[in-house]
Design a protein around this ligand. Structure first.
Ligand SMILES: Nc1nc2c([nH]c(=O)n2[C@H]2C[C@H](O)[C@@H](COP(=O)(O)OP(=O)(O)OP(=O)(O)O)O2)c(=O)[nH]1
Length: 572
């Protein structure tokens, strides 16, 4: 049986505001007089206008639709609802706000006719059909907030808009969004330094933020690397300011970082030239802010990575680490393998992953799979990019980033790793952990490959002035891009993308896995194209390794990692 591929689904972002007098159990609703939802009673709100942020859009819509004047302090974000209509390709993500303070009296406008309703008098049969599943529970505080809901309707107008085919609504996760100034176990901050200036579009950033918020990260902090990056700014403004914060590169940020970051002096000379220097400073800066954002954990990722878990939320995982007094945890990373040459949004469409070599089973078939990739790469690489994972770290105790992958902890704090890495021989710190893990989506489409190397430009052969870069795909891609020909597309076809027959073979031998939780969370659409399952052509699996062959490169680490696993006290 073949697996259907995935297409990204576009989402419009909207607001839905309920002015309320909770003491009297009253809510202001409006009868929609025209356009989408005409004839139905609803809260107030609408689509964001270009350049507008969520809260300002809510304030504008409220004024336009019922004449009330509000400010940001009166608005309280309570949750988000996704609406899918079988008759519309675009989904809607509706952000629900409470409003408890405003100026003026409600008045009828061209769009809406407002009136106050007691909670028990709300005429659900005159409202959108989904309201029956959540509105009263929310108004009567019987449902913890923030909540997240998903509703699929048969149609978006006429009788079909009364028919709900699928519904789910639930509190997001307990304790995932602490109030500023209060810290709650497991609350985590996700940080990323981002540039989409040269990118085909910024939809992956929207998916990046949406996915992590849905998995229970309390807040996301985005450093906008280039102030002219309007694509990134448009995305971050589509999320509630209580959950998604952003700082734009410029003199103000530089000043603050100079003042608060111990690494500033050391890295100052590289800030203009190397994104990695800017990242390290951003990460340290974010870690100094994390406690005031009520976040006990920090995780710094690139905008082509996800913190993957098949669980509903990451919060219990971080709570468990806290209960065991672990201050840092490093996770395995797996590398995305595109099966199509182009995608608008790699997070929403790529589901095939080359597993980290330490997670690959110790079998002859798997060895031939490793060899397949190493032979395919000009420099004998299994992964085309890094294989040393990424780490989450506790905040507020003086840890500083020593690289993009690891934090330096003050003495006496416990650090653990899921990478059974013989290079480190850290038997005590090894801790088996397959979920969560990091999914890395580097260059998952030709246009993304071009964009990445355009952004990186003619980067130096030495990282931060002294660490030489190995001969690798990364360096070849830099040269290919600078040569301005088709060389980069050729690299993509020869070393990055996989055809369907080979994909099946790689799944069957254990190097690759298919993971789909992220595409489900992102509401991707099953595509017309199919992808292979694990029924593989045996000839492809057994062809690579000749009898009596010696171990090369990454194979040594792969085998030794199993021994590390056995030695670990954790597994005894
Ligand atoms: N309860 C509920 N509310 C919905 C659904 N779909 C949906 O858009 N809404 C809300 C979100 C918005 O507040 C409002 C729709 O906004 P709108 O289409 O009037 O947006 P707008 O004012 O920007 O657009 P326009 O009329 O000027 O064209 O209805 C739904 O299925 N259920």
């Amino acid at each position: 049986m073949a697996v259907r591929g995935f297409e990204a689904r576009e989402k419009s972002v909207l607001t839905l505001i309920y002015p309320r007098r909770p003491q009297q159990r009253l809510v202001l609703l409006g009868l929609k007089k025209r356009g989408f939802g005409q004839g139905k009673l609803n809260g107030f709100g609408g689509k964001l206008e270009p350049g507008e942020c969520l809260e300002d859009s809510a304030i504008r819509e409220l004024q336009e639709e019922c004449g009330l004047t509000a400010d940001r302090d009166g608005l309280n974000w309570r949750g988000s609802l996704t609406y899918l209509y079988d008759t519309k390709p675009k989904a809607m993500e509706v952000n629900v706000f409470d409003l408890n303070m405003w100026k003026g009296e409600p008045e009828e406008t061209e769009e809406m006719k407002p009136a106050w309703y007691g909670h028990e008098d709300i005429p659900l049969d005159k409202m959108w059909a989904d309201d029956a599943y959540w509105l009263l529970q929310y108004l009567d505080e019987q449902m913890a907030t923030p909540f997240v809901g998903r509703f699929r309707f048969k149609g978006h107008e006429g009788p079909d808009s009364w028919e709900v085919l699928e519904h789910s609504v639930a509190p997001l996760v307990p304790a995932s969004v602490p109030r500023f100034g209060q810290s709650e176990p497991g609350a985590a901050l996700l940080v990323s330094t981002v540039s989409f200036v040269d990118a085909p579009n910024a939809r992956p950033l929207e998916s990046f933020i949406r996915y992590h918020l849905r998995k229970g990260f309390a807040r996301v902090m985005i450093f906008v690397d280039d102030p002219s990056d309007t694509a990134t700014l448009d995305v971050v403004r589509r999320f509630p300011t209580s959950r998604v914060l952003y700082r734009v590169r410029g003199e103000d940020l530089l000043q603050a970082q100079r003042q608060h970051c111990a690494s500033f002096k050391k890295l100052a000379g590289f800030i203009d030239k190397e994104v990695s220097a800017r990242q390290l400073i951003d990460f340290e800066f974010a870690s100094t802010l994390a406690p005031s954002l009520a976040c006990r954990w920090i995780l710094c990722l690139d905008s082509d990575e996800l913190f993957y878990t098949s669980e509903d939320s990451i919060v219990p995982h971080f709570q468990m680490l806290e209960s065991q007094d672990i201050h840092q945890m490093s996770y395995l990373n797996h590398e995305g393998v595109p099966e199509q040459p182009e995608t608008q949004d790699y997070f929403a469409t790529v589901s095939l992953f080359k597993q980290h070599q330490f997670a690959v089973p110790l079998t002859a078939k798997a060895r031939s799979g490793l060899r397949f990739w190493m032979d395919r790469s000009k420099h004998g690489q299994y992964f085309l990019f890094y294989d040393n994972g990424k780490s989450a770290c506790r905040t507020g105790f003086g840890a500083t980033p020593s690289s993009q992958h690891l934090w330096q902890l003050p003495a006496g704090h416990k650090s653990c790793t899921a990478l059974a890495d013989p290079r480190r021989m850290d038997v005590e710190g090894f801790r088996e952990c397959r979920d969560p893990c990091i999914l890395h989506f580097p260059v998952c489409g030709v246009a993304w490959l071009y964009a990445k190397y355009k952004t990186l430009g003619a980067f130096p052969d030495k990282w931060l002035g002294n660490m030489p870069l190995d001969e690798s795909f990364h360096k070849d891609a830099r040269e290919a891009h600078l040569s301005h020909g088709d060389a980069l597309s050729a690299l993509f076809t020869e070393q990055v993308m996989l055809d369907s027959e080979q994909a099946a073979a790689q799944i069957a031998c254990g190097t690759c896995v298919r993971l789909t939780e992220h595409v489900t969370v992102l509401d991707s659409v099953p595509a017309a194209t199919t992808m292979p399952d694990s029924t593989a052509n045996p000839a492809l699996i057994n062809s690579a390794v000749a009898q009596g062959d010696t171990l090369v490169g990454v194979e040594r680490g792969w085998i030794l990692s199993k021994a590390m696993g056995y030695l670990s006290p954790e597994l005894q």
